[in-house]
Design a protein around this ligand. Structure first.
Ligand SMILES: NC(=O)c1ccc[n+]([C@@H]2O[C@H](COP(=O)([O-])OP(=O)(O)OC[C@H]3O[C@@H](n4cnc5c(N)ncnc54)[C@H](OP(=O)(O)O)[C@@H]3O)[C@@H](O)[C@H]2O)c1
Length: 393
């Protein structure tokens, strides 16, 4: 019997989120087959946006099942959560879709047959960057229309950060993120209830925690007190406003995304090459990195899996110090990695924006792993090798 789709719920046995495959209608319920091999009946209220996973989907028989069902019901005493998890095609509205991460997300969603709506500052320029069949483009005055009826929204827009900071640019780094997030949340709130997206996946960054060479941060750690921490707090607060209308909000605090075509690694590579590949700065600063494919997979997981509510660190589980990152890079590229690149050289090239590679923090994806996300690239050398860096030089 072909599977109709997937249902996410809390496992009766472990209390952890689990995925069931939904097989077929049986009277008033769907029949679900747990990936652990057990079959059971689940009632799934539907919404215009897709199925809803509601409380108490378990119809027990026998004493043991009754006890498990009671425990499950206690754990599931949360409000009904809706999202498109039944294998239906989603409609996803994305801000910042033309950027480094957004363009890869668009490519993956489009390849899987989902509908993508690009919410952009400039539709003409966005059209020239993204060309997949069926893409729809919405300029700033049309974002409300772009959000209406979408299954979910992904919010990635913001002024690039790893550049030379001026006072004006610092203002724009913050206001562009808070402004775009506010605009998209206002658009979500303005949508009629039956056409409101079920979920907002919104970007943030590990800069939320501040910088340290000694501390380890998880999602529960407090925010830091530097400029980037302040930006992240304001950015996240703007996204959380969507919860007031019952929208699930998943905030992904991205680490340094490993992608040779941009971001911090894209900036580091030429510097690394000019200076014979030594550590940038002291080398002691922590680099909480993540491979670009894991970023895209996490965004899609956060869209479809209701367990993603709140804040999640999007960083691989093995952060490294900069000296290790440069040594692994040096090995892969066949370049020496003993001559440190002095801070002043980076500051000259990148200005204050060099802080994204000169300073860092050790961040662990505790909640991300607790909800069951398995990183494709947990190991730095696997991640860098996969990027085929040498071929791009
Ligand atoms: N890449 C990383 O390593 C990393 C790490 C941590 C956090 N993040 C965060 O994740 C998000 C996506 O990252 P990314 O690397 O894909 O960013 P990106 O390549 O710089 O793209 C960001 C997108 O935001 C829009 N944008 C640019 N300047 C803007 C402005 N002044 N006001 C409003 N929108 C503006 C642009 O889209 P349109 O021109 O189509 O409007 C652009 O394509 C960013 O907010 C970034 O801070 C990224």
């Amino acid at each position: 019997m072909p599977a109709l789709g997937q249902v996410y719920h809390l496992s009766a046995a472990s209390g952890r989120p689990q995925t069931d495959l939904v097989f077929a209608h049986r009277s008033k319920c769907l029949h679900a087959h747990s990936l652990s091999g057990r079959s059971r009946c689940v009632s799934i209220p539907t919404s215009p946006l897709g199925p809803c996973v509601g409380p108490a989907p378990f119809r027990p028989s026998g004493a043991a099942s009754m006890r498990r069902a009671a425990a499950l019901q206690r754990r599931m005493a949360a409000p009904v959560v809706c999202s498109a998890t039944n294998g239906e095609k989603m409609t996803v509205a994305i801000t910042g879709a033309t950027g480094l991460l957004g363009s890869r997300l668009v490519a993956k969603l489009a390849a899987a047959g989902h509908k993508v709506r690009v919410l952009t500052r400039n539709p003409a320029s966005a059209r020239s960057k993204l060309s997949y069949p069926g893409l729809e483009f919405y300029g700033p005055s049309e974002w409300r229309r772009g959000v209406e009826g979408a299954t979910g929204v992904v919010n990635l827009a913001g002024e690039p950060i790893a550049t030379r900071w001026t006072e004006e640019l610092k203002k724009s780094i913050k206001s562009s993120r808070v402004g775009a997030t506010t605009a998209v949340v206002d658009a979500i709130k303005a949508a009629p209830v039956d056409k409101r997206p079920a979920v907002l996946v919104s970007a943030s960054a590990v800069g939320f925690y501040g910088i340290s060479n000694t501390a380890t941060y998880t999602e529960d750690s407090p925010s830091g007190n530097d400029y980037l921490a302040e930006v992240c707090r304001a950015w996240e607060a703007a996204a959380q406003r969507a919860t007031s209308v019952g929208v699930r909000v998943a905030i992904l605090r991205f680490g340094i995304v490993l992608a040779p075509e941009g971001g911090a690694l894209g900036k580091m590579l030429p510097v690394f090459q000019i200076f014979a590949g030594g550590p940038l700065g002291s080398g002691k600063q922590w680099m909480s990195w993540i491979h670009r494919d894991d970023v895209v997979d996490l965004m899609i997981e956060a869209l479809v899996n209701p367990a993603y509510t709140g804040v999640f660190n999007a960083t691989a589980p093995k952060p490294v110090r900069m000296s290790e990152l440069c040594s692994v890079l040096g090995n892969i590229l066949g370049r020496p990695s003993w001559l440190p690149v002095p801070d002043f050289a980076l500051m000259t090239l990148l200005g204050e924006g060099a802080s994204v590679v000169l300073e860092g923090q050790r961040v662990m994806p505790a909640r991300t792993q607790a909800v069951g996300y398995r990183f494709k690239y947990a190991d730095l050398s696997d991640a860098l090798r996969n990027l085929r860096l040498s071929a791009r030089w």
